[in-house]
Structure formats: structure tokens, C-alpha cells
Design a protein around this ligand. Structure first.
Ligand code: AMP
Ligand code: TRP
Length: 321
């Protein structure tokens, strides 16, 4: 029962990525699971090659530092031939209507004079990522569930039209409360694409920077520490973060905290304690090119071995061999 998920290096890893995805992958991964840096997905919109290269290393280092076992990790472009070969088979299985109905495509292409074809076909590449590795479960955020649904459709269609080769995957959505919100605007989720840098806590932020960002976090005028996500979304977000870091419920986390100043202090400290060791290990790895390259090579080799048979069979079933 393989579980697979990817993280796109379109920016530096932040607290939402860490608490909502990466730390869970580290805590709950099983020997068959695969996690990868989906760097081929980071070029559907304008990108700088040098920065993409750096961010790919950065993401890989954060994953390793967070405790995702190295033997369950790989970088997508290290298997670019495999992923692209299957993406083509699936592009020829997918209709234009299906691809253009994807909500993310509609949102990201809206109002743009020049839309890259990759933005339209990216969910098909994502389906290839999933199906290539025999994935049964895909842990993703809500915004990706339509893409996993497309992967299911394409797997079934290919299996029916040409022969059984793909596992039909299903999305595994995070439990409620797993969303980290932007510290400067709690109505939005913390995201790599936020414009306000002080609303985002990055995994590699220095402790003092983290403390400052929490000190500036938007709350409300009540100075009443209680959990009410509707009336007090900023405070609820801080309590959610504190709770996840401490492994308690948000209500428990609120206990004994007098005012917003204390709350911000407490959550800042909890996040610094949580991210500190990850930051140190990641920075050490980024200094150690040799080790990072070794992890990449071994990960790629294993992922390739595991996917080889399935890809060969799909190519043959489609009549290409
Ligand atoms: P992204 O940064 O959108 O590429 O997402 C990478 C992974 O991190 C996905 O599994 C997301 O569900 C998760 N993630 C991203 N932002 C947040 C957030 N603010 N809170 C919780 N999880 C998040
Ligand atoms: N598209 C996903 C995101 O933006 C990342 C991703 C790429 C992915 N390929 C995947 C996630 C395959 C799960 C499975 O978050």
C-alpha cells in the first residue's frame, strides 16, 4: 500500500508545509511510502533556473532534516524520463475538457495574457507521478483533491482501454485544524505565494525572526484568549499552532494564558523549539554537498527500480512496444 506525496519547490518551506505535511510524512511514513520534491511542477509559471535548483536542494534538505527517511525520498527531475514518458501516455488518455475544467488551472490562468501549456497539463503530470509509483493513497491538501480525482479517472480509463496496469489511487485529506493561516491575514492560509513575508514563518528562519513574526501576528482588540475560529481567527490560528507543536488540543493550549502578549510569546517559543533542530540539520546538510548528492542518487535509483516494470508494461499496453 504505497502512499506518495510531493512538495513543489516554488518557494522556501514554511510552517504550514512543516506542520501540515512534512512532519506528518516523517511521523507516519511506512517502508513502502514515497515522498518527492516535485520540481518539474515549479516551472508552469515564470521561474528562475538558478533559484529552482537552490529551492530543490532546500526542500530535500528540509525533508531529510524533518526525519523523512532518506530511502523514501526522491527528486522528481531525477526521474524526468520516466515521469515524462508516462505523462505522455496519460495526456493521450485525458481529454482537453477534463484538463481545462481543473479549478487550479482556471484560477491561475485567469486574466493572464500568456498561459504556459504546462499549466494546463500539470495535473496530468501529477497523475503520472502518482500512477508511476503504484500509489494507493495520496496525502494532499483539499486544493489538490480534484487532481487526484483526475488521476483516478485516467487510471481507470487506461486500465479499461488497454489493460490492467495502474493502481487506482485515493486522496487522503488532512484532518480539520491542520491548516496554518497567514500571521498577517488569518483569513488566508500560510502560503509560499503570500506577498507579506512577515505573515509567513519559514522553516529556516532564525529564532529571533520567528519571535518577531509572532509578536506582530494579527489578533483582535479583545485580549481574550479562547478558541473561537469564527470570531477570533487570528487567536485561533495561534492556538492551533501552539497545540500542534505541543501535541495537545487548542482548548488545552489556551489554558493558563492570560493575554495576547503571553500567547504570542508562548507560541513563538513552541515554534522555535519545534523548528530549531530541523533548521540546524537542514543547514548542515546544505553545507554538505556530498551527502545531499548521495541521498539524491540513492533515492532516484530506488524510485526508478520500483517504477520500471509498471512503466514498461504501460508502454507496451499502449502499443508502443
Ligand atoms: P504547497 O506549499 O502548496 O506546495 O503544499 C505542500 C504541502 O504542504 C501540501 O501537502 C499542503 O497541503 C501542505 N500545506 C501547504 N500550506 C499549508 C498550510 N498553510 N497549512 C497546512 N498545510 C499546508
Ligand atoms: N501538485 C502538488 C501541490 O502543488 C504537488 C504534487 C506534485 C503532488 N505531484 C504530486 C502531490 C503527486 C501528490 C502526488 O501541492
Amino acid at each position: 500500500m504505497t502512499r506518495l506525496s510531493g512538495i513543489t519547490p516554488s518557494g522556501e518551506a514554511h510552517l504550514g508545509n512543516y506542520l501540515g505535511a512534512v512532519s506528518r510524512w516523517a511521523a507516519h511514513s511506512r517502508p513502502d511510502d514515497l515522498y518527492f520534491v516535485s520540481n518539474m511542477h515549479a516551472m508552469t509559471i515564470d521561474h528562475d533556473p538558478e533559484r529552482l535548483r537552490d529551492l530543490t536542494d532546500h526542500q530535500l534538505a528540509v525533508l531529510v532534516a524533518a526525519g523523512v527517511p532518506g530511502d523514501r525520498l526522491f527528486v522528481q527531475s531525477d526521474l524526468i524520463r520516466e515521469h515524462m514518458a508516462l505523462a505522455w501516455l496519460l495526456e493521450c488518455t485525458c481529454t482537453f475538457g477534463e484538463a481545462s475544467r481543473m479549478i487550479q488551472f482556471k484560477e491561475k490562468s485567469r486574466g493572464s495574457a500568456s498561459v504556459r501549456l504546462g499549466l494546463l497539463t500539470y495535473p496530468v503530470l501529477m497523475a503520472a507521478d502518482i500512477l508511476l509509483h503504484g500509489t494507493a493513497q495520496v496525502p494532499v491538501g483539499e486544493d489538490q483533491s480534484q487532481h487526484v480525482e483526475l488521476a483516478r479517472t485516467l487510471a481507470r480509463r487506461f486500465n479499461t482501454d488497454y489493460g490492467e496496469v495502474f493502481v487506482v489511487p485515493e486522496a487522503v485529506l488532512p484532518e480539520a485544524g491542520a491548516r496554518v493561516r497567514d500571521l498577517s491575514d488569518p483569513s488566508r492560509k500560510m502560503s509560499k505565494s503570500s506577498s507579506e513575508a512577515h505573515g509567513i514563518v519559514f522553516v529556516l528562519d532564525e529564532p529571533e525572526v520567528i519571535r518577531r513574526k509572532f509578536a506582530r501576528a494579527v489578533t483582535d482588540g479583545r485580549d481574550e484568549v479562547r478558541y473561537d475560529a469564527v470570531e477570533q481567527p487570528g487567536v485561533a490560528n495561534l492556538l492551533d499552532i501552539l497545540a500542534v507543536c505541543r501535541g495537545t488540543t487548542a482548548e488545552e493550549a489556551a489554558r493558563g494564558i492570560g493575554g495576547y502578549r503571553d500567547l504570542k510569546e508562548a507560541v513563538g517559543t513552541a515554534v522555535i523549539d519545534t523548528l530549531g533542530p530541523v533548521r540546524e540539520r537542514a543547514l548542515a546538510l546544505l553545507e554538505d554537498r556530498f551527502e545531499l548528492t548521495r541521498i539524491r542518487q540513492e533515492g532516484a535509483e530506488r524510485a526508478r527500480e520500483r517504477s520500471e516494470r509498471r512503466l514498461t508494461e504501460a508502454i507496451a499496453l499502449a502499443g508502443l512496444a
